[in-house]
Each structure stands twice: as structure tokens, then as C-alpha cells.
Write a protein that binds this ligand. Structure first.
Ligand code: ADP
Length: 176
């Protein structure tokens, strides 16, 4: 599924983010940046040990922020590591932190003149953010960013499960 936002494209696919040929892929990292399970583990395995070596030099990343490294053995030239919030029910701050993770990832991309970015669904695995709520935050934050920054030509969401893919499709249908 593809949607035009100004001159940019927002795309949803089901698949593996580590295999994408966009300029950058985004990692749903943890604050240490020293590797984890889920998509983080898959990205480190595909990129090779040099990725962890570069991450060690960065000194971690705050929740809602993003940092960039090279992509090493990946097709993507760069990895943008962002830290989404661990979900909890009370308080609005988880939503703001998830919005910030998407926005900061794209700001870091802009600073490197990156034109295309692939995202996984941040915080919806081990961090427990409900999928439909996370999809709404993800798609509305990225759409707003693309309207303001046509320099980013393509954002692709790469959803691992068919459940995640169909949830993102339904939410994008409603937003569009
Ligand atoms: P978090 O800690 O931010 O919740 P996880 O890695 O546990 O991160 O999960 C985030 C999402 O990434 C989940 O929806 C999970 O299914 C998905 N995922 C896991 N592996 C991959 C992959 N190789 N490509 C894309 N998405 C993936």
C-alpha cells in the first residue's frame, strides 16, 4: 500500500526491515545501544560486529531520541537507532515519547541528507505498546513530518507480522 503525501511517498509492506534498500533503516533499540532481541538483534546479526563496535562509542541514547551509525553489511548505508517508550497505561507521556522517536529519527535522517527511510513498528514488541495505538501515532507523526519536509522522498513501514501489516493498513485507510 502506497500513499502520496505532497511529493513524498508513504509505503506499507510486510517483511524484514534488515533487507531494505532504503538509504537508512531504523532500529528499535534500547537505551544502552548495546544490542537486544527482536528487531535490534536481527539488525546487529545482519550488519555484522562492526555495528556494535560503533554503537559502543556513542554512550547510549535517551528514550524518544535517535542516533545514527553506518550500516556495514546491510544494503542500507545507515542505521538510525531510536529508543521507543516502554508502554504503561497511565499518563500521556508514552504517546509523546513514541511521537518523538519517529520525529527525531527523521530529523537525524534530514541532517545526513538521507532521502529514504524504512521503519519497523517501534515499541510494539518487547515494549508492549498496543499495536493499533502505536500505528496511529506512527502514521500520523510521519505524515505530518513528510508534509513539512518534502526532502524525505520515501518512508516505508516494514511490518513483520501480517497482523501488524493489516493493522497499519486499517489505520492508514482511516487517516487518508
Ligand atoms: P521494542 O522493544 O521497541 O518493542 P521489538 O524489536 O521487540 O522492539 O519489536 C518491535 C517490532 O518489530 C515488533 O512489532 C516486532 O514484531 C517487529 N520485528 C521483529 N523483527 C523484525 C524485523 N526483522 N523486521 C521488521 N520488524 C521486526
Amino acid at each position: 500500500m502506497k500513499l502520496k503525501i505532497g511529493s513524498s511517498t508513504l509505503e506499507l509492506v510486510q517483511g524484514d526491515v534488515t533487507r531494505q534498500d532504503t538509504d537508512a533503516i531504523v532500529n528499535a533499540a534500547n537505551k544502552t545501544l548495546l544490542g537486544g532481541g527482536g528487531v535490534d538483534g536481527a539488525i546487529h546479526r545482519a550488519a555484522g560486529p562492526e555495528l556494535l563496535a560503533e554503537c559502543r562509542t556513542l554512550g547510549g541514547c535517551e528514550t524518544g531520541d535517535a542516533v545514527i551509525t553506518r550500516g556495514y553489511n546491510l544494503k542500507a548505508r545507515y542505521v538510525i537507532h531510536t529508543v521507543g517508550p516502554v508502554y504503561r497505561r497511565s499518563g500521556p507521556s508514552v504517546q509523546h515519547l513514541l511521537e518523538s522517536a519517529y520525529r527525531r529519527s527523521l530529523e537525524v535522517a534530514l541532517a545526513k541528507e538521507i532521502r529514504s527511510v524504512s521503519f519497523p513498528s517501534i515499541s510494539t514488541g518487547a515494549y508492549g505498546y498496543p499495536l493499533e495505538d502505536a500505528a496511529t501515532v506512527a502514521l500520523s507523526t510521519v505524515s505530518d513530518f513528510l508534509r513539512a519536509h518534502p526532502e524525505i522522498e520515501l518512508v516505508r513501514f516494514v511490518l513483520f507480522s501480517s497482523e501488524a501489516f493489516h493493522t497499519f493498513e486499517d489505520v492508514l485507510d482511516k487517516l487518508a
